[in-house]
Design a protein around this ligand. Structure first.
Ligand SMILES: Cc1cc2nc3c(=O)[nH]c(=O)nc-3n(C[C@H](O)[C@H](O)[C@H](O)COP(=O)(O)O)c2cc1C
Length: 176
């Protein structure tokens, strides 16, 4: 356990307990993209959360050891691409550790903040990094949303218990 937490807390949940509990939790899947110096980078996350409407804030948590952690601190501009159910391959691609994180073969454009936007996603948020909080091996990045793209039709890619899922047909309410 990180020394910053739990020092005086007494009994805390074991990793196994917490892991078992969190397997019940379902999330969407997003790719956080950025341009760091001349390189384009992306990382798959499910720690994305909406925080507040006014000011418009979101958060993502990144492990300190993923390469995009360093890149995000350096560039402070990023795009959160929310994936649609037919983008599992993109999710997998951005979990791979690449020496050079090239976007070759991946259709994309650029936001005003010059972060890459993945084509055919559900929607995207162009963000500026405004705050960070250390949490053990992770950093919580708080982003101010500069532009929220309103996507078209489409349903989200979901993740739960280590697997991808899609919404049941009766629950498809996107765009309504
Ligand atoms: C569905 C899913 C969600 C993930 N969510 C996160 C996350 O929220 N934060 C994180 O640091 N890593 C997350 N990961 C792991 C990273 O995608 C992976 O470790 C990363 O791409 C490592 O590559 P890099 O070091 O080259 O950046 C997730 C992986 C998957 C498959």
């Amino acid at each position: 356990m990180s020394r910053a937490y739990g020092g005086d807390a007494g009994a805390v949940a074991s990793a196994d307990q917490l892991k078992a509990a969190m397997r019940r939790w379902a999330t969407g899947v997003a790719v956080v993209t950025m341009r760091s110096e001349s390189e384009l980078r992306g990382v798959t996350v499910n720690s994305f959360a909406f925080v507040l409407l006014d000011p418009p804030l979101i958060l993502v948590c990144l492990n300190r050891w993923v390469r995009t952690h360093h890149a995000l601190l350096a560039t402070r501009r990023f795009c959160v691409n929310l994936l649609s159910e037919d983008q599992r391959a993109l999710s997998d691609r951005f979990t791979e550790r690449r020496l050079v994180d090239d976007f070759s073969g991946i259709n994309h454009q650029f936001s005003a903040g010059v972060a890459p936007i993945l084509d055919a996603g559900l929607t995207w948020l162009d963000c500026k990094l405004v705050d960070t909080h250390a949490a053990g091996d992770y950093t919580i990045f708080i982003g101010l949303v500069l532009q929220a793209h309103i996507g078209g039709e489409g349903t989200p890619l979901l993740h739960q218990a280590g697997n991808y899922h899609t919404l049941a047909d009766g629950d498809r309410t996107a765009g309504k």
